[in-house]
Design a protein around this ligand. Structure first.
Ligand code: NAP
Ligand code: F7E
Length: 380
């Protein structure tokens, strides 16, 4: 399977503005792809199709949300960053070549592009999922994190306010905003951010509320607790563990270095959480919702479950390395999702052990392929 990107100049609208439309194809035959103008002509009338604009479409949540919206008949537009490699599109590579999906180059740091895209796409729904989302890294690159995760949200809100004020806006807020405040955490819990990332998310969250109250935008904020999947970035602790478990099982590594094993998180499945995002934008009124399972486990518990899934003793393979500790830790996050359950009818469908098994099993498939490749490489 290959990814083909076809860049075409497409003339749109009365102002004759041009934009580069990138079409993602998973076809093995690039010549079978339609060019940009054909894709434009192919569109169904706007009245019959809801249009969404997603920032962060290449991330874990962006890929699941894209699948969900395409399955509901949406036309989906995504913001992607320029990259020197194609691998950053890998979470979208399985989508069919005729998917109603349009990718546009841009960046949350570039307000002009955001304004132009919101103006041209005229989205019914905007999902702001883009962020520098690595909490530990945010201590190393705090200004960049604040600019993208915090000010980037302001840039997008301004673009929506000025160019598409009737669009419904979703902000990806985070349980990290609660930080040091003891559990359980709900919509009423005060924020006490413990990292530059969390502080930037508080800013973005407050701006979302402010644009709702000040300008009457339909701006909703999902305060999502940790959610994971086989598509989770490999430096987040769950995926780091499940990838290590699979590689240890296949003899590709011996151990894994972790930091604080006592931290507790309320871990759910990303596929369930994007459903909650969509429900928030279908609700009668814009609001803030905590999305969580209501069950917390420690990093140690996750290790036990993941290694136990393949009959390995976690204590024989996990070592502690101080480099993975953070300047300020978030000890205990446990969400109270009562409001989302009551008002949105949302419920998580994947429990903790099922999630761990799903992730380990997916990484076992990758490790098996890696081991087979290594065997061929050493014995050509
Ligand atoms: P992720 O996998 O790290 O994806 C982040 C996305 O943001 C990627 O598509 C990335 O693009 C994009 N991005 C980063 N910097 C950008 C920039 N300057 N301009 C445009 N795009 C940029 O994150 P996720 O787990 O899917 O989470 C989605 C959102 O929910 C994030 O805002 C995150 O902070 C928030 N959140 C996540 C969780 C969770 O547990 N997963 C919980 C609460 C809130 P590249 O692919 O090019 O890097
Ligand atoms: O850490 C501890 C670490 O990096 C979880 C992001 O999606 O969820 C995520 O942020 C816990 C922390 O996620 C390692 O100290 C121990 O206590 O998987 P994480 P996070 O920091 O909770 C929130 C909701 C977001 O919004 C964020 O965008 O695990 N931990 N040892 C470790 N963490 C990592 N990454 N690596 C370790 O080796």
């Amino acid at each position: 399977m290959i990814i083909t990107r076809i860049a075409d100049k497409v003339t749109k609208g009365a102002d004759q503005a041009t934009e580069t439309v990138l079409i993602l194809s998973t076809s093995g035959n690039p010549s079978s792809d339609l060019n940009g103008e054909e894709r434009q002509a192919d569109r169904r009338p706007r009245a019959t199709m809801t249009t969404a604009f997603i920032t962060g479409i290449t991330g874990q949540d962006g890929s699941y949300l894209t699948e969900l919206l395409l399955s509901k008949g949406y036309e989906v537009h995504g913001l992607i960053r320029r990259s020197s490699s194609e691998t950053h599109l890998s979470r979208l590579a399985h989508l069919p070549s005729d998917a109603n999906l349009y990718l546009h180059h841009g960046d949350l740091g570039d307000s002009g592009v955001l304004a132009r895209l919101v103006h041209e796409i005229e989205p019914d729904e905007v999902y702001n999922l883009a962020a520098q989302s690595d909490v530990k890294l945010s201590f190393d690159i705090p200004e960049f994190t604040a600019d993208v995760t915090g000010t980037g949200t302001l840039r997008l809100l301004e673009a929506v306010r000025l160019h598409s004020p009737n669009a419904r806006f979703y902000q990806a807020s985070s349980s990290e905003m609660f930080g040091a405040t003891p559990p359980p955490q709900s919509e009423q819990t005060r924020f006490h951010p413990r990292s530059p990332y969390a502080a930037a998310k508080v800013m973005a969250h407050n701006l979302t509320v402010n644009y709702r109250e000040g300008y009457g935008l339909f701006a909703a904020s999902g305060i999502l607790f940790n959610h994971e999947s086989p598509r989770r970035g490999e430096l987040f602790v769950t995926r780091k563990i499940t990838k290590a478990v699979a590689r240890i099982k296949h003899g590709l590594q011996d151990d894994v270095a972790l930091g604080n094993l006592d931290a507790k998180r309320d871990w759910g499945f990303a596929g369930d959480y994007v459903e909650a995002m969509w429900r928030m934008l279908q609700h009668d009124a814009p609001d803030d919702f905590v999305i969580a399972t209501g069950e917390a486990k420690s990093v140690r518990d996750f290790c036990k479950a993941a290694f136990g899934h393949v009959d390995l003793d976690w204590e024989a393979h996990v070592r502690i390395d101080p480099q993975w500790f953070r300047p300020a830790e978030v000890d205990y996050l446990l969400g109270d999702p009562t409001k989302a359950k009551t008002e949105l009818g949302w419920n998580p469908t994947v429990g903790f052990l099922e999630l761990v098994a799903m992730m380990v099993d997916a990484d076992l498939v990758l490790a098996e392929a890696e081991a087979a490749f290594a065997a061929v490489a050493t014995n050509p």
